[in-house]
Design a protein around this ligand. Sequence first.
Ligand code: NAI
Length: 475
Amino acid sequence: MKDRYLDFVNSPFGTSIARSLGLPRPEALRRLRAGETEFGGMAAIGAGPSPALFDDLLAVLSGIGMTGIAHDSASGWLAVASRQGAMSGRFEARATDSSPANRVQALIFDATGIVESSELHALYAFFHDALRSLARSGRIVVLGRPPGALSDPRAATAQRALEGLTRSLGKEARNGSTANLLRVSPQASIEGALRFFLSPRSAYVSGQAVHLEGAAPSPAKWAAQLAGKRALVTGAARGIGASIAAVLAAHGAIVTGLDVAAARDALDQTMLGIEDASPSNGAHTALYADIASPEAPAELAAALAASGGIDIVVHNAGITRDKTIARMSAEMWDSVIDINLLAQERMDEALLAQNVIGAGGRIVAVSSISGIAGNRGQTNYATSKAGVIGRVQSMAPILHERGITINAVAPGFIETQMTARMPFGVREAGRRLNSMGQGGLPVDVAETVAWLASPGSAGVTGQVVRVCGQSLVGA
Ligand code: NAI
């Protein structure tokens, strides 16, 4: 459904009306369009004492064609840049708002060496100087350490404090900018996550703290990082699932889209569109099944085993049957728990029992911010979606031994047929009560799924990444 307010306030006429009436003007978020370059421009670099990630960070920036310029807090950056033969320079703090030409595309702070809270002052110094220099739809990334892995309580305290800073920056940055925290374990690869969080692909992901653990291989080509991977997407006929199928295919995956037989026409349409956009010699396929039927898991496992196994499983199919619990029928409760939660469990059990998902496999489940915050009229739905989070967290260590990751995305308000059916007031509240002042698009969820499904995300598991524009709900 179209967000007419967003379109209006970003039109030439609407901009001046909004300005003169003092109306909020949500930014038209920059998303990746065909033919546009994904990265470019400058990133201002700040740091606390003893930053550990300058070499890795510089290598990533060079690889994506961005130039890191050093704030006073990051004096060691210039030496690392000259050692690596990379372009660099000094970031000049300006007293007033910078002109668009002088803006930087990203602000990146290496906080890995911060071991006590007095050292957090370096973050103040950097962001105080640099925030007004950030371009529209800019990116803020703070690099820290996982507090739980630190034995010194003062170091763990200071590292935990980074979360409050990052989330607040997301709320202050405005103009479609995002702010996220990467908690990087020693030896963990940062490239996959940095490429996602610096990209327009993460347009609607803000205020998140993601833990990176362990090394990850770099794909031969980042532009086709899922090349040759076989992916199953449930609920692929429409909405978010259709977008996930299309985005995975665009990243090179061979997609099996699954939906109920009643959605056959829509699923065929989706798969045809994908085939046209990313030809796979007819290898993209459609499967018609009700994931909650008792025979579905075994049949699915047999079908996927026969076609050579599966690398990526995306549990997207889901339903809502909303009513307050006192008015909810048992059938409404059971069907939601069955489709949104139990079907995922049974399906994974069948696929894992028969080794249909092998080492290097990726499971991504679609949860919801309702599963984090709860929602009136959605006891069944929120229960199922919180269960999805529990599943991801509890399965991660078990699957780790098999080289498989499992993560969840928790969308906020996404513009789909499901949200178009909401009453006007609820819909407007869902759209506006987040740092972006607007709903997300299915592609925002799909790109996040693609990042979690990629080889570069080998070190990301057991986590929940919200795709909610930093919604106030459950924050
Ligand atoms: P949608 O209703 O547009 O699409 C869901 C798809 O799943 C449909 O094609 C449907 O036929 C399929 N499906 C339902 N039951 C199935 C079954 N038993 N077997 C096979 N396929 C089945 O929903 P939308 O908005 O695209 O949502 C996708 C996922 O994202 C769901 O899990 C939903 O709970 C979740 N989500 C959506 C949000 C939003 O704002 N739209 C927010 C948070 C989470």
